[in-house]
Design a protein around this ligand. Structure first.
Ligand code: SF4
Length: 437
């Protein structure tokens, strides 16, 4: 039996696609082995979001060849789209496959082994409008299933290479999404996470007139699915109609990740984001007013080119004003080929680190306050795994609004939903509780 090892860089969509590729190799009779060991085939699902991601992608490809010089090493994914010429010349890489043919990887690798001929196929991703159908029968997580429903992005934020590496918006047909989720529900999955590169654009390219809210309503009707989570949303999708329809989908978890990037309007403009801070604030208000116990999380970039001290503190004040549950803070990282990479007034690394530390401190405070505000409440928790807190073992899961909760239990309660009384906050980020029923 031939063995194959995978390594994934980058985002959740890449992780989903790696799982789908693993599954097709498993079904074709291959053994999936650790990337660190010896394999007959290595697949690196690359990322190209920053110059650092490019470097890591190259490193992992070279590492694979070093692990086993006789192995077939295949590069797939975003870095391939961004740097195909370079990869085609790289002796460590045998196959160079773009973002369009990940679903045919088994046959491409087998043809290569048989004929020892390179079959490098990288389409001009900017001009493809076909959604590459990849589906997952099984998932590695036991309780939560990730479903990719959309690919590509038309937004062209000035710091982002994704529209060039993943191409324009392509959505998966509604019936294909529903079929996959129905199958997963039949296998016992209770929670589904709808993901995509730019989820809010779901449906804009489809002939049938559907949008993200239509998809959510359809998933809400699937028997067996008890919770629906949404990947990162763009603030402009939040409208009165959207929230009104969302409110009726009782399975949707009231945790929304609304991508912010900056709370300063001048910085947002340079980033080519298509909203200002006031509009963003209104969207947060709308969600909180209509949907009870809403938790808002977000992403922020610090040290974007030209970000002055004043602009940075505007962002900090905005984060305080919205009072997010959790903020993912990224130091701006240059990416060749983007507009921002060529901007003047790049911010020095030490300034970025300082700004990041300030926001990390604020984030810890917000999380502690949010978690503390729920003490004494009884909330439903879906338990996902066993984990150690200090020396003791707990079952850990999340409430619908994404509070991480740990309880003690004599028996295995994984993939069960229980009402839990929230008792105290452990290290700011986890709430310890007691099962009520
Ligand atoms: S919305 Fe902006 S940051 Fe997100 S994928 Fe599209 S271009 Fe990149």
């Amino acid at each position: 039996m031939k063995s194959v090892a995978f390594h994934t860089l980058g985002c959740k969509v890449n992780a989903y696609e790696t799982m789908a590729m693993e599954q097709s190799f498993r079904e074709a009779g291959y053994e999936i082995v650790e990337f660190e060991g010896i394999a007959d085939i290595y697949i690196v699902n690359t990322c190209s979001v920053t110059n650092i991601a490019d470097r890591k992608s190259r490193q992992m490809l070279h590492k694979a060849k070093k692990n086993n010089p006789d192995a077939v090493v295949a590069a797939v994914g975003c870095y391939v789209q961004a740097a195909k010429e370079e990869l085609l010349k790289d002796n460590a890489v045998d196959l160079v496959i773009g973002n369009n043919r990940k679903n045919e990887l088994v046959s491409i690798v087998e043809e290569y082994i048989q004929d020892n001929a390179r079959n490098n196929d990288i389409v001009d991703i900017a001009h493809t409008n076909e959604y590459e159908e990849m589906k997952l029968g099984t998932q590695t997580e036991k309780t939560r299933a990730f479903i990719k429903v959309q690919d590509g992005c038309n937004q062209f934020c000035s710091y982002c290479i994704i529209p060039y590496t993943r191409g324009r918006v392509r959505s998966r047909k509604l019936k294909d999404c529903i079929n996959e989720i129905t199958k997963l529900a039949g296998m016992g999955y209770k929670e589904v996470v709808l993901t995509g590169i730019h989820l809010s654009s779901y449906g804009v390219d489809l002939e049938e007139k559907v949008s993200l809210i239509d998809l959510i309503e359809a998933v809400n009707g699937i028997e067996g699915i008890e919770r629906i989570r949404l990947g990162s949303l763009e603030p402009r999708i939040i409208t009165e109609t959207f929230t009104e329809r969302l409110e009726k989908c009782y399975k949707v978890c009231h945790h929304f990740h609304l991508s912010l990037q900056s709370g300063c309007d001048a910085t947002l403009k340079r980033m080519n984001r298509r909203y200002n801070s006031e509009e963003y604030f209104e969207k947060c208000k709308m969600l909180r007013e209509r949907l009870c116990d809403t938790a808002l999380t977000t992403d922020v970039i610090v040290g974007f080119p030209g970000e002055t001290e004043e602009e940075f503190f505007e962002t900090k004040s905005f984060l305080e004003r919205v009072n997010f549950y959790e903020t993912h803070i990224f130091k701006y990282s240059r990416r060749a080929g983007t507009v921002a990479d060529k901007m003047e007034n790049q911010v020095p690394d030490d300034v970025k680190s300082l700004r990041s530390d300030i926001l990390l401190e604020l984030d810890r405070k917000h999380q502690f306050e949010y978690n503390s505000s729920y003490l004494g409440r009884v909330m439903d928790v879906l338990f996902e795994e066993k984990d150690k807190l200090g020396d003791e073992e707990y079952y850990v899961g999340h409430t619908t609004n994404y509070i991480k909760v740990a309880v003690k239990s004599e028996r295995d309660i994984t993939n069960e939903i229980h009402a839990v009384s929230l008792v105290n906050v452990y290290k700011g980020r986890i709430v310890k509780g007691e099962i009520m029923s």
